[in-house]
Design a protein around this ligand. Structure first.
Ligand SMILES: [Zn+2]
Length: 117
């Protein structure tokens, strides 16, 4: 006994109306920026012995420096060789600005930072 009168009674519902009441007013909370005291960053030191608090032994020390030739130093020397300035080859190794200055703690020999000009 199929009446055949079974029409699809699916009513296409309209999309539910958005109850969203517009953009909510966002409270402007200004978070006070915490005042951060400037911290001496160990990675940026000068080419000279610097007063510093050692990270290892926490002593107030003046760093002990060691200058070491860097790749740039060797490149300068090589360049001087190439252009024929043999007597000048040693100059890059003598000029501090061509060398890397490493800072060490005189107490515990901890590496504290370096200065690369
Ligand atoms: Zn130390």
């Amino acid at each position: 006994m199929d009446s055949g009168n079974d029409k699809g009674t699916r009513v296409s519902q309209p999309p539910p109306y958005s109850e969203y009441p517009g953009p909510a007013p966002q409270p402007q909370t200004y978070v006070a920026a915490p005042v951060v005291m400037p911290v001496v960053v160990a990675s940026r030191m000068g080419p000279e012995p610097t007063p510093f608090v050692c990270k290892s032994c926490h002593a107030q020390i003046v760093t002990r420096i060691e200058t070491k030739p860097t790749t740039k130093t060797h490149l300068f020397a090589l360049l001087l060789c190439v252009i024929g300035c043999w007597p000048c080859v040693c100059i890059p190794y003598c000029v501090d600005s061509c060398n890397n200055t490493n800072h060490y703690c005189p107490n515990c020999n901890a590496y504290l930072g370096s200065y690369d000009s």
